[in-house]
Design a protein around this ligand. Sequence first.
Ligand code: GUN
Ligand code: FE
Length: 445
Amino acid sequence: GTVIHSLSPSDLEINENAVVVVNVATGKIVLMERKVDKLNEFLSGLSLLENKQYNVNVLKKDQFILPGFIDTHAHAPQFSYAATGMDLPLLDWLDTYTFPKEAEYAESEHAQNVYSKVVDRFLSCGTTTCSWFATIHLEASKILTDVIEEKGQRAYIGKVNMDQNSPDYYIEKTESSVSDTRTFIEYVQAKNNELLTPIITPRFAISCTSPLLKALGDLAKEYQVPIQSHLCENVAEIEFTQSLFPNSVNYTAVYDDHGLLNDKTIMAHCVHMTEDELKLIKEREAGVSHCPNSNFNLQSGVADIRHYLDLDIKCSLGTDVAGGFATSILDAMRSAFTASNTIGILKSQYGNRSPKPYKALDAKELIYLATLGGAKVVGMEDKIGNFKVGKDFDALVVDASDNGPVRLFRHDGAWETLQKFLFTGDERCLSHVYVRGRRVAGWKQ
Ligand code: GUN
Ligand code: FE
């Protein structure tokens, strides 16, 4: 059937009549043939399939496969209040809504309930890989890990660290924050599950003392694990950070000065970045998680992803539930499109006119950010993000035919169908969702 994937931000390959062969035992793609005219002849000529049991799944005209979506920034505990309380800017929003809700995860039963619902929800939206923030609680973070393992998602999972500027009911001592993080890393690694990776997760510089940040940088190095946090989301946050860390030249440098900025780092938001900070991100090969839905809701600002791509900075998409109200990366793609157009509009409306019109992100680039771009940001470009031979089969079987939300007409080819799915589709179009060859969700029974 039709196989669609990105090779680069601007290069989206649409292969009609393609064949992808997956080894179900390993979950790996063992062959990808871009154009096959006679399927039966092709299959019978494949020595690869000799003496092997195999199933053939032929897609219909309005169906296609896409690589699984990658959400590089989401807060699992915040699902319990997503879509409520978006009337405040970041720091007040955290104090008023987020911290009281996250504190509830001291209770394991609550964690079990919300975490199984949020992981189900994300999988049904086609998010095959997610970089999750949990809470400061060790037990609840373990529960999130167990739930993800059982449901079969590929994930980075972080126990959150907070030892300052937090309410007394939701704060840690520096020492226990570090030792619980060590215990958590070892808990995840002991599972020996290739799909699960612990990630160092200082909430943001404001909520971590310098000794804690330093200890976390050391842990990341000792265990060779990735790092995630928030960066330059909101102007008040940036000013407060600079007052707390006067020895660092800027906010980005705070993380860098504590050993937390490297090629395994994911920084969410990056809305208000100076050129010096972008240069540092690029030099360290850190990745950006663009969370436009959240940036609009909390009135944080609009990140200029076109500029970051021009600088060859690794970029991806995040839902940032619950700053973002939507669980789907389809929504993140649409919001990223609106954000990019907003920058174009502001640039032409309020002066700042350059001879070249602003080039907003297009559909090909949105698909890239949701798949291969995400794979690069989580350091798994050799494993996921497209259908190259040797990668794991993390895939969505999309059905855009008339029984779902998408409407197609007689001249619609694969490219039109894809765009209609991107802008008008939803999880009802996802017949099957696979992670490493295992079906983990899907609308079809
Ligand atoms: N900065 C620090 N914590 C948070 C959070 O939970 N959500 C968002 N959007 N920004 C943050
Ligand atoms: Fe966030």
